[in-house]
Ligand binder design. Sequence first.
Ligand SMILES: *Cc1c(COP(=O)(O)O)cnc(C)c1O
Length: 392
Amino acid sequence: MELTAAEIDAAAGAVLTVDLDAVVANYRLLTRMLGGRRCAAVVKADAYGLGAEPVARKLQAAGCRHFFVAHLTEALSLRPVLDKTNNIFVLNGLNPGSEIHAVRHNITPVLNSIEQLHAWRQQAMLSYRTLPAVLQLDTGMSRLGLSQSELDSLIASPHYLEGIDLQFVMSHLACADEPDHPANRMQLENFVSMRRHLPAIPASFANSAGIFLGSAYQADLGRPGIALYGAHPGANRSTPLSPAVKLEAKIVQLREIEAGAGVGYGHAFISSKATRLATISVGYADGWMRSLSGRGCAFLDDQPLPIVGRVSMDSMTLDVSMVPPSKLRPGALVELIGPHQSVDDIAAHAGTIGYEILTGLGTRYARRYRGIGSDEATARTPGAMERTEIAR
Ligand SMILES: *Cc1c(COP(=O)(O)O)cnc(C)c1O
């Protein structure tokens, strides 16, 4: 059943607000840091949980022309959203046998291995045309891309790029979030030396953290993901990013417990005194990780409300003893991500990184998008719940 925006707002347990204007502000900041070099957008994993369709639409309107996803399925869903002249690159390359779908839908693979390169050349022959591609070199991450010896043997054979229109050579940094890590310099040196064997083709090297490493690392096309979404790639938070996500949960029930009462699964919290509790409608199935049990807070205005006991699948419990009862009622919203605590703060509490918090955001929220212009079509993304929009 298609739910209306009003039904979703009334029925959902929590509200996720995505600020597309903040995403654009971050895109502009990164473009300035790139000093005139081109800036792509990495919108894999549903734009890190924010919604690939509305995010890509918005960034396209802001001038972005290069979009990266990880899987061909993501590229195929994004294709109708973007102008056909704009590029969609598939970071993981193509599964054997899926090349024809990429050709039909004007998707550009990243070629990560000799096998992927041969399959794409084969496809070019079958299609009677030259096919675009990005070639990835492994400069020291040991994940994807041609090694030095594979590159050597490849370029030893003449016509090794026959049928392929190479648009970029790329590589990926393993330790860019640690600016002083010696692997950064080593990978850069490897990239420079490996590129010498290839024709003069524009290069792409830096993710968000790589862009922060400075111009030596930025190459011709930046490839930021996390920074677009307002979270920092590492412990260094000096780049002033605009937060793009707000998460507010609804209070389901209020109660008062006596000293000695156990709260939640396993009675992981036992009250030492009479306590007022609020149960809210967000749990680990919504991406609020179980490792946050008994850790961190929600906020009501400026008041921190400690999370007590275990995070359940669909709910968790807050100590609200310090808030006057008149300020609390079922249906009221408390802040989980917002001005009082960032995605990076939550990640620190949970012992993980902002990437995992964002990409884990659930599908049960009422989603509101700020900054969807009237000229842009209504954004809809498949999910358990239809997403809703509100005007700024
Ligand atoms: C995910 C990814 C990016 C984006 O990285 P961020 O750290 O989110 O900026 C860039 N390049 C590759 C190859 C990736 O896999």
